[in-house]
Design a protein around this ligand. Structure first.
Ligand code: G2I
Length: 470
């Protein structure tokens, strides 16, 4: 049986009991209790009922609405997970390159923590909601900026995020099953795995998810994502979960549960991340179907609705949420609560007895001695290492003459392998590796710099790389 749901979550407090243990222990313990005491313990709120089934039930919230008392009352009463609706997106967190702004996201994290709720981070990289400066970048500059963004934001929130939507909406709609064209995609097909590796390095305790929409049934798009996840798992790219946004019309695809299950069978958790369903005669029933599908899958760890009241929804007049514009519970709400309370409890895996790791990974600071300047260029490496792997960012600086091309030689410790390189061409994957410039970054003005990066498994390289102009 799968272990549910999470050994890494922050410490939540659920209604009615002070809990000072990790979410997994909490939820599994609660589920175990429920298994023997049955319906007498039926929860009276979405969060409490979901917790009894070993899940969370959450909502997307914008920071500014937390001071709306009607909104906050519902949020605090009903949910045990929050997702910032916009506050952790690239345009919000890095409005100018290298200048980070965390106020909105911090506010939501603080609210969640003080109310015993966990946080889903949304989202590190997305083709939309990019700051203007990123929209105008391409190639190496964009790749490096994107990886830096992932590293900085995930580091800022390290230890506070249950799961990150590392990459959002990277697959195309329609029948191709392939990637969506975007500035990020044009930096190379490996941009998604580079982002996941950087996120893992920055916050090894967060679950790392891929998140998308129109993936709720078995179709070309969800199958494209399924193939990517299978490939990532087979190559050791760190992915832990897949988010299904589930912005639904009036019905739920008949193969909704089967689709979630096929992903779970790949060895990742699944989560419903942005649920909303058009109001109509089937709304309450459709909400119950989604709830039951999640409860039927042991690796479905929770559900998030994309807003609280219908007036909070991004979907105009669809009225797709669980509370009406006055904050009253709708029929859909009751339907979800009943489905949560009547669902089968999760198989009761005993709570983990060892606490989750709380120490951040060792981060090796960049070397402080200036690199050698022979041969017309120099290279310095900055490392983000963790137990078993690393991300290296290498800065190549021209000497007093401009470069027309460059090669950086790195000696890897025995047992270390390069698994992924961007903005350079690697001569091999182990031992002494030469990284040559690619077309767009060979020319570097006198005294100017460019960057490339690589990721690897095993111990990180420790010596100073050499740079040769060509
Ligand atoms: O579009 C619905 C969702 C689809 N999946 C990814 C989600 O991140 C996305 O959420 C929506 C938010 O609900 C909207 O609130 O994403 C939109 C685009 O980021 C959000 O709208 C934007 C407006 O377009 C901007 O004009 C506005 O500045 O919200 C921004 C902040 O209020």
């Amino acid at each position: 049986m799968d272990k549910i749901p999470d050994e890494r979550a922050p410490r939540p407090r659920f209604r009615g009991r002070r809990v000072l243990m990790p979410l997994a222990a909490t939820l599994a313990a609660v589920a175990a209790t429920v298994a023997v005491t049955s319906a007498a313990n039926a929860g009276t709120t979405l969060g409490a009922s979901a917790a009894e089934k070993g899940r969370y039930y959450g909502a997307a919230v914008p920071a500014f609405k937390l001071s709306d008392s009607q909104f906050a009352t519902i949020v605090n009463r009903e949910f045990n997970q929050l997702t910032p609706e916009n506050e952790m997106k690239w345009d919000a967190t890095e409005p100018q390159q290298g200048r980070f702004s965390y106020s909105g996201g911090d506010q939501i994290v603080a609210h969640a923590q003080s109310h015993g709720m966990i946080v889903r981070g949304h989202t590190l990289l997305w083709y939309q909601q990019q700051p203007g400066w990123a929209q105008s970048l391409s190639g190496t500059a964009l790749r490096n900026a994107a990886i830096n963004h992932v590293t900085q934001v995930a580091t800022h929130y390290r230890g506070k995020i249950y799961a990150w939507d590392v990459v959002n909406e990277a697959f195309a709609d329609g029948g191709s099953g392939g990637r969506r064209d975007s500035n990020l995609q044009r930096t190379g097909n490996d941009w998604i795995e580079a982002a996941f590796r950087a996120a893992r390095a920055a916050d090894p305790g967060a679950k790392l998810c891929y998140n998308d929409y129109n993936t709720d049934g078995i179709n070309a798009k969800s199958t494209g994502i399924y193939n990517m996840v299978r490939d990532f798992k087979s190559r050791g790219v760190p992915i832990d979960c897949v988010g299904f946004q589930s912005h639904l019309g009036t019905s739920v695809p008949s193969d909704y549960q089967a689709n979630l299950q096929r992903f779970a069978d790949l060895g990742v958790d699944v989560q419903i991340t942005e649920l909303d369903i058009t109001q109509g005669s089937n709304q309450a029933n459709a909400y119950a179907q989604v709830t039951r599908a999640c409860l039927a899958i042991s690796r479905c760890t929770g559900i998030t609705v994309w807003g609280v009241r219908d007036s909070d929804s991004w979907r105009g007049n669809d009225n797709p949420l669980l509370f009406d514009r006055s904050g009253n519970k709708k029929a859909a709400y009751t339907s979800v609560l009943n489905a949560l309370n009547s669902g089968t409890p999760i198989p009761t895996t005993p709570p983990p007895t060892t606490p989750p790791p709380t120490t951040p990974p060792p981060t090796t600071p960049p070397p402080t001695t200036p690199p050698p300047t022979g041969d017309g260029c120099s290279a310095s490496v900055s490392l983000n290492s963790w137990n078993g792997g690393f991300v290296a960012t290498v800065k190549v600086t021209a000497g007093s003459s401009a470069l027309r091309g460059w090669t950086v030689r790195v000696t890897l410790p025995s047992g270390t392998a390069v698994t992924n390189t961007w903005s350079a061409q690697a001569s091999g994957s182990s031992g002494t590796v030469d990284f040559r410039n690619v077309d767009y970054n060979g020319q570097v003005g006198a005294g100017a710099s460019t960057e490339f990066g690589f990721q690897g498994t095993g111990a990180s390289p420790s010596g100073t790389p050499t740079c040769t102009a060509s």
